[in-house]
Every structure is written in C-alpha cells, then in structure tokens.
Design a protein around this ligand. Structure first.
Ligand SMILES: NC(=O)c1ccc[n+]([C@@H]2O[C@H](COP(=O)([O-])OP(=O)(O)OC[C@H]3O[C@@H](n4cnc5c(N)ncnc54)[C@H](OP(=O)(O)O)[C@@H]3O)[C@@H](O)[C@H]2O)c1
Length: 305
C-alpha cells in the first residue's frame, strides 16, 4: 500500500497499549521500545497513536523507538484527548497540541493528524476544524488529516461534509455496518485505517463467558459477554480453528477499501501472530458466512464497543 510519500504493509501497529498500565496488563517503557523496534524489524511501517494514550507515553515510546527510522514509517496521531486526561476539541488548540505530539514523537511532522472521536457538529463540517488542519498541512506540520469514528452515521456525515483523506474506523466481524459506504471510500482514495479489528481481543478466540475482565474490558455487561461468547464459539466451528486471529484480520483485509489494519499489540507473540494474516487469504465461502452471521445475529441488535 502506498499513501502520499510512504509505503506500508496492510497490517500496522495499534499503539494504545504502549506503556499503558492503566487499561491493560502493565508494559514498561523498555518493553514498549523493544516491541516497536521488533515490529519495524519484521516490516511494520504504519503506527497509530494519540496524545491521550497512556498519558502521552505511547507517543513518547514511539518517538524513542522510531527516531532512527522516521523516514520509512507512517505515524498517525490524534487531536482531542490530551496527555493530561482532559478533552479539548477547540480549534485554537490544534496547533499547540500537534507541537506537543511532535516533541514526544521526536519528529518535525505527522504523516497524518485525525480528530479523536469528534462530535457530530464537527463531522458535519459546521466548525473550522478541517480548515485549520488544512492550514497545518500547508505549513508542513502534518501531511494528511481526517477523523477517527465508530458508526455508519458518523462515516456518512464525514463523507458528505468534509474533504478529509484519512478515516480511522471501527470495523470487524462483529461490527460491519459501514460496508455499504466502502465504494465511496475507494472512489475518493481515502486512507482507511481499521481500529479494534479483533473486537478488543474477542476475535482472537481467547475469551469465553467465564473470562474475568479487568481494565478497559470491564465495560461489558453479563449480556454483552454472553452474546460475544456465543458468537465466538460459532466462529470457531465455522473456521475449524480455536485461534481466530488470522480469519478475523483476513476478513477485514478482504475488503479493497481497507488500507491498513492496526491490531492493538502488547507482546512480540501477538505481533508475529497478527503479521501472519499478511500471508493468509480468507476463502470467499468463509467471508460470506461471516457476513451472514452478522446479518442474522448482530445487524438488528448491535454489540456495544
Ligand atoms: N477512538 C480511537 O481512535 C481508537 C479506539 C480504540 C482503538 N484505537 C486504535 O486501534 C488499535 C486497536 O484497537 P484495540 O486495541 O482497542 O482493539 P483490538 O486491536 O481489537 O484488540 C487489542 C487486544 O487484543 C489482544 N490481542 C491483539 N493481538 C493478539 C493476538 N495475536 N493474540 C491474542 N491476543 C491479541 C490484546 O489483548 P491483551 O491486552 O489481553 O493482551 C490487545 O490488547 C489501538 O491500539 C489504537 O491504536 C483507536
């Protein structure tokens, strides 16, 4: 995949977990740096991060690990959720926030800057956010700009009202509502980044209804867990394997609109496992069954993130 002046494989690196001991199992700065360096060694060239990830530590770790490889990697960061844990979407704060990200990332530019789950008013183009990001692009601080969003309604609004060329979207086997808008994404040459590709871990097959969830995953109700557990069992039977990872990532990669998938990666084993999807092509009959599973069980009763 080539976008702007950078090339990358279609599996990238989700950086939310880097140094993030609040929401995930603890990771030291040193382990984070080693994980990022290993990923570059294995060919990963696309990195997703945000100021709000691990109070700025995700960007800091990427900066330390990537400083000798800056020109060969694509770094996407965000605006709206700050390193100090506060939320600030004020247009007048964008440039200062980008400069703080650049300091942590030890670089002079972001390959892309996206708004981190902005409000519907912003997505409908009722504010000056996109004009301001265009100005920062002309100034050379960022090379591309866009949004990170979750739903069909949000994607529809962005496509109808903005000129952005980067969209980070929640899309996976359990969350397929945006497929009807993919043709438009292809038509406009938008960089489509897929977040939460493993449904926060469920689509690896490692969880079931008896798993005790902590950290960021304690958000699920008993009903959410029960439904996901049933769906996961059905997927295992469908593909004939208990490790669902390559099938789940293969499903996403089977859509031409998808530029890059960014599984949240916490260990070197997870990294190598996720990269195996690059050498796997999901057969059409499994893709059709996964779409049917969504149509039958989820479409009219969506699972919460
Ligand atoms: N609003 C936003 O813009 C937004 C929101 C969410 C995510 N993101 C971005 O998207 C990335 C991915 O989303 P996500 O991390 O929420 O969800 P995800 O990629 O669906 O799931 C990540 C989790 O799956 C597990 N995992 C990953 N690879 C595995 C493997 N090969 N085998 C077993 N387990 C594996 C890890 O669980 P353990 O922790 O148990 O090891 C990891 O924490 C994030 O890192 C972030 O960069 C952006």
């Amino acid at each position: 995949m080539k976008f702007g002046n950078k090339s990358f494989e279609r599996i990238g690196f989700g950086g939310w977990q880097l140094g993030n001991s609040e929401f995930f199992d603890p990771m030291s700065i040193e382990d984070g740096i080693n994980l990022v360096k290993k990923s570059v060694e294995l060919g990963v060239r696309f990195f997703d991060t945000a100021p709000g990830y691990a109070s700025g530590l995700s960007e800091t770790i990427l900066g330390l690990a990537l400083k000798d490889d800056r020109e060969k990697v694509f770094i996407n960061s965000k605006f709206g959720h700050r390193a100090d844990g506060t939320t600030n979407f004020e247009v007048a704060s964008i440039e200062a926030a980008v400069n703080e990200s650049l300091l942590r990332l030890k670089t002079s530019y972001l390959d892309s800057l996206i708004l981190h789950n902005p409000s519907m008013d912003i997505l409908k183009g009722k504010t000056q956010h996109f004009q301001e990001m265009k100005r920062l692009k002309e100034k050379g601080l960022i090379h591309h700009y866009g949004v990170s969003i979750d739903s069909y309604q949000e994607l529809d609004a962005v496509l109808a009202n903005t000129d952005c060329d980067v969209i980070e979207l929640l899309f996976n086997v359990y969350s397929q509502s945006c497929i009807p808008l993919f043709d438009e994404i292809i038509k406009r040459n938008i960089l489509l980044i897929i977040k939460v590709p493993l449904d926060s871990g469920w689509l690896t097959g490692k969880y079931n209804e008896f798993t005790a969830f902590k950290g960021i995953r304690s958000r699920w109700t008993v009903d959410d867990i029960y439904r996901r557990s049933n769906l996961t069992s059905r997927l295992k039977t469908m593909v004939g394997d208990d490790d669902l990872t390559k099938y789940a990532l293969g499903f996403i990669l089977s859509f031409d609109a998808v530029s890059v998938v960014i599984p949240g990666t916490r260990t070197i084993n997870q990294l190598t496992n996720n990269l195996e999807a690059l050498n796997y092509q999901l057969p059409n009959h499994l893709k059709s069954k996964m779409i049917q599973l969504y149509q039958d069980e989820i479409k009219n009763n969506q699972l919460p993130w």
